[in-house]
Design a binder for this molecule. Structure first.
Ligand code: HEM
Length: 168
């Protein structure tokens, strides 16, 4: 499906500059996630102060290459496979997606507008992202060759790169 890349980028750029920027958005993400979905809290070993930077970097990367499936899809496959190591299950994705759209809406409503179109665009994007990650997590063996070709280990991590969420 065609995603509205321009609107995703425009809203994420706003998120980075409005209402305390990516730090406040990222911290709000974990605060609400743990409050609304307490069952996922024990999965997170890295404190939100660090974790939110990784999430924001990866959302920025995704939004940046959303029109370039050759870069986006292997990146998401690797990320979906890595999430197996974090004990993520497919059912968690709807919660994380709902949470991100909700905090983004609250964040952007503080200084500007958050329209239905923006909300639907982010929901659609998160559904696509989640499905690609889940597909890889469901059958990592199927993506062994792709992982190798793109410089990832079969488990989705990178041998000499401690920050696999950064899209080179
Ligand atoms: C929109 C989909 C998602 C994105 C973009 C995303 C992004 C990230 C990133 C960038 C990391 C850093 C480590 C790495 O890249 O391997 C990470 C780690 C993690 N994610 Fe996700 N994630 C998503 C979905 C989920 C879901 C559905 C869960 C389930 C609760 C989850 C739980 C975790 C956990 C537990 C970690 C490890 C935290 C730690 O180091 O303690 N993520 N995620």
């Amino acid at each position: 499906m065609a995603l509205n890349a321009a609107l995703l980028r425009e809203t994420f750029e706003r998120a980075k500059s409005e209402n305390g920027g990516a730090t406040s958005l990222g911290m709000a993400f974990y605060e609400r996630l743990f409050e609304k979905y307490p069952a996922v809290k024990p999965l997170f070993k890295t404190p939100p102060e660090e974790q939110h930077k990784k999430l924001m970097t990866s959302v920025a990367a995704i939004v940046g290459v959303v029109e370039d499936p050759e870069r986006l899809v292997p990146y998401l496959h690797a990320m979906g496979i890595r999430h197996l190591a974090y004990k993520t299950v497919p059912e968690h994705y709807a919660a994380v997606g709902e949470n991100l759209v909700s905090v983004l809406g609250t964040h952007l409503s503080k200084e500007g507008e958050w329209t239905d179109e923006m909300k639907e665009t982010w929901q659609a994007a998160l559904e696509v992202v989640s499905n690609i990650m889940i597909e890889a997590g469901n059958d990592p063996d199927k993506f062994k060759e792709e992982m190798k070709d793109k410089g990832y280990e079969p488990n989705g991590f990178k041998k000499d790169d401690p920050r696999p969420w950064v899209l080179a």
